[in-house]
Design a protein around this ligand. Structure first.
Ligand SMILES: [Zn+2]
Length: 471
């Protein structure tokens, strides 16, 4: 698995000056002209050019600001969002893209499954199985939903599938690439983009939910705020009209596009003379202003007995047959079928799935930083959306999926990356360690200063409204 910057599709519609647009129109016309000409060597070249952004192997360093025209083209070719462009040019571009030999791009629609999509594009079950085998390492394909895209690249002569790209959001794509007749390999492309801090402030009328939506929080962010503050205050019962909140959020942007990924960095609720707070520290945990933990500690092992580790976490494991690097993203515990499996921390069940290679598995999200997965289960005892406690039984271990014997494969992800759960720096402590306190206080100071500005504005607004006649 490699970290790379990727030149991702851009929205054409958003900000293209008129002269550029004209140039583009002419260029499109010329390209379309070339496209319908009889086969010539130069024609082949132009087709290769248009697949530059798809084949991300090449020139990764070329990530500069000055975008060449052909690069712009390839962006357009791979971006269906251009449909929002109000001119008919957009439609023309998309049609050309669909006619580009060997490459098909598909936007996931409600109700689609991977197998229904493969049927639609006449890609056989064997190929799907090979892709799912590669997907076992990332488990990306279990979450396809509207907004995601799949791009297929087929061999022009044999029409065999050579590559499939799964576009999750502007910061995250997975490419499944054919190795030989029997297997695919995957490459996950992560573009960290930039994270921008913003303040969201509001005053409560009715419920916190309604007020927070109006202020600009998403539903899932509201749930997170509720959960983080639940040890201090019940947001459903103890909130009063006139309470004020300030929330510092950071959101990810890649190439000027929001990816939909966000993190709550700080929360402050002011009720009469009492202030409730939560601050995210660099260890991924939330603390109050004094540095006392708001999220409970984790346990290290997802079962209650002393089972042997049959295969440790290993990011550079060589596949015994292919000799390729096939990372082992988890820790395997040899245990008899039917052994109770427990969650290592408080969290929310985000997946209860059955994958042909991972078998029956469960995924649990613990706050915004940590995520755990439990694979090859015999029986899942929780449902998607359930809240679980540290140490709670969530499943019985098994031998489902591609498994050579009864065992539990256990994964821990920190900020979306698998790490060794046996050695990772998990929050076991209940407060910020003393030697980190100065750093923590500095962070709190920064967040509070942002909140304070918003709070002063809120107070100013309030007195302004009060001074208006009839209000
Ligand atoms: Zn394993």
């Amino acid at each position: 698995m490699q970290l790379r910057k990727v030149n991702l599709p851009k929205r054409l519609a958003s900000a293209l000056p008129l002269p550029h647009l004209c140039a583009l129109l002419i260029a499109i016309f010329l390209l379309a002209f070339a496209f319908f000409m009889p086969d010539t060597p130069s024609n082949d070249t132009s087709l290769n050019d248009s697949s530059i952004s798809f084949n991300t192997h090449d020139d990764q360093q070329d990530f500069s600001q000055d975008i060449r025209l052909d690069a712009e083209f390839s962006d357009i070719f791979h971006d269906e969002n251009v449909l929002t462009f109000e001119h008919e040019v957009a439609l023309e571009v998309v049609e050309t893209a669909q006619e580009e030999p060997g490459i098909v791009r598909y936007s996931i629609e409600a109700g689609d499954t991977l197998s229904s999509i493969f049927d639609k594009f006449e890609i056989g079950q064997t190929i799907m199985h090979q892709i799912l085998a590669a997907d076992e390492q990332v488990l990306a394909l279990d979450i396809i939903r509207p907004g995601h895209h799949l791009t297929f690249r087929k061999d022009l002569e044999t029409s065999d599938l050579l590559e499939m790209e799964f576009f999750i959001h502007a910061g995250n794509r997975v490419i499944y690439r054919r190795v030989d007749d029997t297997m695919f390999e995957f490459e996950e492309l992560i573009n960290p983009g930039v994270w921008e801090q913003e303040i969201i402030a509001g005053e409560i009328y009715g419920s916190f939910y309604v007020s927070a939506i109006r202020a600009g929080l998403t539903k899932s962010e509201i749930l997170e705020v509720n959960k983080l503050m639940s040890e201090q205050i019940d947001f459903n019962r103890q909130i009063q009209a006139g309470d004020r909140f300030q929330i510092v959020r950071s959101s990810q942007r890649v190439d000027d596009e929001h990816t939909g990924q966000s993190t709550i960095e700080g929360i402050r609720l002011q009720q009469n003379r009492t202030t409730y707070t939560a601050f995210l520290f660099e260890d991924g945990n939330y603390y109050d202003a004094k540095g006392e933990s708001l999220t409970r500690a984790f346990r290290r092992i997802p079962h209650d007995q002393n089972f042997r580790i049959s295969s440790p976490f290993n990011p550079t494991r060589l596949h015994p047959v292919t000799r390729r690097v096939a990372p082992h993203n988890g820790t395997d515990f040899a245990m008899p079928i039917g052994t109770p499996v427990v969650s290592i921390g408080d969290g929310v069940v985000t997946r209860v799935e059955n994958h042909p290679f991972a078998g029956k598995y469960i995924e649990i999200q613990h706050g915004s930083t940590y995520k755990t997965r439990y694979l090859h289960l015999n029986r899942q005892l929780v449902k998607r959306g359930d809240t679980v406690k540290r140490g709670q039984r969530i499943a019985l271990s098994g031998n489902t999926g591609r498994s050579t014997g009864p065992h539990l494969h256990f994964e821990l992800h920190v900020n979306g990356r698998p790490v060794n759960a046996m050695t990772a720096n998990l929050p076991m402590a209940l407060s910020v360690p003393r030697e980190q306190l100065a750093k923590f206080n500095q962070r709190v100071e920064q967040l509070v200063s942002v909140m304070e500005v918003a709070s002063q504005e809120q107070i100013a607004m309030r007195s302004q409204n009060a001074n208006q006649p009839g209000s």
